[in-house]
Design a protein around this ligand. Structure first.
Ligand code: NDP
Length: 286
């Protein structure tokens, strides 16, 4: 049976470090402040933002929520992001995704790029993603960092490991594949157009899946003793929360596996907090 990678416990370690850093900054008279922007009234997004608020408050980061109605104009969003980005008191700015299509149209990249790269704690500006692709120092997307941390908890050295990353989104798949490549893993990126996914996954020492498809990764697709990292979060018709992996059967084959919930989710929030402190330190040169 696979070792269960306890994302909650790992996240607790990261959060404790962040809390200690924030306390140190406060003791020196500083204040770490984070602003989240929420457009519209999507209930899932409201929950995600509330979770971020709670997490910030627990480690002593000042949290500001800026909301715009789903009926707002594109220019209202642009003005708000510009204002927050220019505000010297704010160290991190995050635009909660997705933004309603009637507001953002096909301008998501443009709007994300209005965030000062030094405050881009989601790591989604072209500046930060470009640096990650170049192997340069930058603010790295939180989920990608969570995935690496989870893998490192059972496999500290990725050199020579074959990784299959299922998913190539801007927010998860692409940055994760870049981060793992920078750690000397040999990464194959698969997506919805990949032919014979199982042929790839069976060769992998580590499978990371972020597709949003329940049961996409089944036991026959997993090499014995592989590490399986499940980023997916899917709500089934009966209300149950599951990942992209057939957990009950894959845990019999894998050497280690992340559960859903309680795997990468808590780590993503923990690394958001960490990015906010990293951003503060870079802005203050400390
Ligand atoms: P996207 O929908 O943006 O991307 C999904 C990716 O998976 C795409 O690249 C898509 O391919 C690929 N894909 C979809 N179906 C298949 C398939 N059948 N076979 C192979 N590849 C497939 O989603 P996100 O990246 O934003 O999120 C992915 C999942 O991770 C979701 O369940 C989301 O809720 C979850 N998530 C979890 C987080 C956490 O903290 N745990 C954080 C962020 C997301 P193509 O490019 O060809 O369309």
């Amino acid at each position: 049976m696979a070792q269960i990678i306890d994302g909650k416990a790992l996240a607790g370690v990261v959060r404790a470090n962040v809390a200690a850093e924030v306390a140190q900054i406060k003791a020196q008279g500083g204040c770490v402040r984070f602003a989240a922007v929420l457009v519209g009234e999507d209930p899932a997004s409201q929950i995600y933002v509330r979770n971020k608020q709670r997490a910030c408050e627990k480690v002593g980061i000042e949290f500001e929520l800026h909301t715009l109605p789903a009926t707002c104009q594109y220019q209202d969003l642009v003005n708000l992001i510009r204002r927050l980005s220019a505000d010297k008191k704010i160290n991190g700015v995050l635009l909660q995704l997705p933004v309603p299509l009637n507001v953002i149209g096909n301008h998501l990249t443009e709007v994300l790029n209005l965030i000062d790269p030094q405050k881009d704690v989601d790591g989604l500006t072209v500046a930060n993603l470009g640096k990650l692709a170049s192997g340069d120092d930058c603010l790295i997307p939180c989920t990608a960092q969570g995935v690496l941390y989870a893998i490192n908890s059972v496999c500290p050295n990725l050199m020579g490991k074959n990784v299959v990353m299922i998913g190539r989104s801007r927010i998860v798949g692409r940055p994760t594949s870049l981060l793992l490549t920078n750690q000397n893993a040999t990464v194959t990126v698969c997506h919805s157009r990949t032919r014979n996914l199982a042929e790839h996954t069976r060769k992998a020492d580590i499978i990371v899946v972020a597709a949003g498809c329940p049961n996409l990764v089944t036991a026959d697709m997993v090499k014995p003793d592989a590490i399986v990292i499940d980023v997916g979060i899917n709500r089934l018709a009966d209300g149950k929360l599951v990942g992209d992996v057939d957990f009950a059967n894959v845990e019999k084959v894998a050497s280690a596996i992340t559960p859903v919930p309680g795997g990468i989710g808590p780590l993503t929030i923990a690394f958001l907090l960490n990015n906010i402190v990293v951003a503060y330190r870079r802005q203050h040169g400390c």
